[in-house]
Design a protein. Structure first.
Length: 206
């Protein structure tokens, strides 16, 4: 899928890879990243962040920050997710990541099958691009490390929910904690398990 009739990428174009982490969890912001890699300073070992262990992701994230031409993290808040829906919030967060780059890219490669609105350049969407395109892999690593750190911080505040282990996804542990301890302000109220818990709490309070 391409935008503005852009069918190829020139050898000297600045290409930004863009990816997201956190569409599925019940809690927290959706986090995105945009990365323009430097061909003169390649980062070896880039891959889909889901295929890498935490230590490798953190090492690669450090190398990406040090060696890439530009790196930017974007996000959409829980309130925006609940207001817009998770897809539109994710696309908004992707646009924010691209707009946050210190260098304007000539072209963007977006993981997935949709192109966000408001990008400053032509773009293409690439399904499973995080396993195919180095810059998208780099973006997936940056976003994953950032969101995992935020889940670790949330775990420090609410250790009974187990965020350090499930990263906010709707696991049995998380659902049990949600039922036992209730909904946090950081939970996404538009997501069914959270919405159903709120309904239970309202019934109980009444």
């Amino acid at each position: 899928m391409s935008q503005a009739g852009f069918d190829f990428i020139g050898a000297h174009d600045l290409v930004a890879g863009v990816d997201e982490v956190g569409r599925g969890p019940l809690v927290g912001d959706v986090v995105t990243a945009a990365v323009i890699l430097d061909p003169a300073r390649p980062v070896l070992g880039l891959h889909d962040s889901k295929q890498l262990n935490a230590a490798t992701r953190e090492q690669l994230a450090e190398e990406i920050w040090q060696n890439a031409l530009s790196v930017s993290v974007g996000r959409a808040s829980v309130a925006e997710i609940d207001s817009l829906n998770i897809l539109q919030a994710t696309l908004l967060a992707m646009t924010r990541a691209v707009m946050g780059l210190k260098i304007k890219p000539d072209f963007c490669q977006i993981d997935g099958n949709k192109i966000p609105k408001g990008l400053p350049c032509p773009a293409e969407a690439i399904v499973k691009g995080d396993g195919k395109i180095a810059a998208i892999s780099a973006a997936s690593i940056i976003a994953k490390v950032q969101r995992d750190a935020e889940m670790a911080a949330l775990h420090e505040r609410y250790p009974e929910y187990g965020f350090i282990r499930h990263k906010g996804y709707g696991t049995k542990e998380h659902l049990a904690a949600l039922h036992k301890y209730g909904v946090l302000v950081e939970h996404r109220r538009s997501f069914a398990p959270v919405r159903h818990q709120l309904e239970r709490e309202n019934i109980r309070d009444n």
